[in-house]
Design a protein around this ligand. Structure first.
Ligand code: AMP
Length: 213
């Protein structure tokens, strides 16, 4: 099964993606997480991506597509994949179709999580992420058991630099202009698109996704 998780920044793709991939034993392929790991390690890709990420802009398609292709090529052919934060542009979606076809795969489902901008801004400002294992918490909605500490691996949680108010606004604009058109791109495909309200508790949203799948 190859599933794309689509939705604006702050809608809960990371939180829901980790849960869903774990429950289904799928690979959680988050391009944002791969880019942040490259930044931490100071790779050429990480250095190149930094300026775009800090401004809330998208990293160029060629870099992202090459990164995703490498990840797919390194996986067993029968491994299910949950794409989180990818594709984010129509050219990325077209490149994904070609890459999957080369591997005898295709896009089985696109799960679209939806929420209003005011909810998204609040969620992003409360978000705390684990730099080590990628777990995501929210001080308002899904706080860690011990403040500032990852429940899963015990690392100190961080407030992502691109979750500051100006960058958040730009990320929402970039989403509306460049990523939202993907809904039309996939909408024509019979039985592929699942729209789920991204509001409620983490568990309610996850149950909504599972029921739709
Ligand atoms: P995310 O963690 O998915 O919100 O991604 C954080 C940042 O990484 C984004 O604001 C972009 O700068 C960059 N990024 C992640 N995924 C992509 C993608 N598929 N295409 C372009 N840029 C991306």
């Amino acid at each position: 099964m190859n599933v794309i998780l689509l939705g604006p920044p702050g809608v809960g793709k990371g939180t829901q993606g980790v849960l869903l991939a774990e429950g289904k034993s799928w690979k959680h392929l988050s391009t944002g997480d791969i880019l942040r790991a490259n930044r931490r390690e100071g790779t050429p890709l990480g250095q190149e991506a930094q300026k775009y990420m800090d401004a809330g802009e998208l990293v160029p398609d060629e870099l992202i597509v090459a990164m995703v292709k490498d990840t797919l090529a390194a996986m067993p052919s029968d491994q299910g994949v949950l794409f989180d934060g990818f594709p984010r542009t129509v050219p990325q979606a077209e490149a994904l179709d070609v890459a999957l076809e080369d591997l005898n795969r295709n896009v089985d489902r696109v799960v679209v999580l939806e929420a209003d901008d005011d909810v998204l801004v609040k969620r992003l400002s409360g978000r705390r992420s684990c730099p080590d294992c990628g777990s995501v918490f929210n001080v308002y909605m899904n706080p860690p058991a011990l403040e500032g500490t990852c429940d899963k691996c015990g690392a100190d949680l961080v407030h992502r630099p691109d979750d500051n108010p100006e960058t958040v606004q730009n990320r929402l604009t970039v989403y509306a202009e460049q990523t939202e058109p993907l809904i039309r791109f996939y909408e024509g495909r019979e039985g592929v698109m699942l729209k789920i309200p991204g509001v409620g508790s983490v568990e309610e949203i996850q149950n909504g996704i599972l029921a739709a799948l």
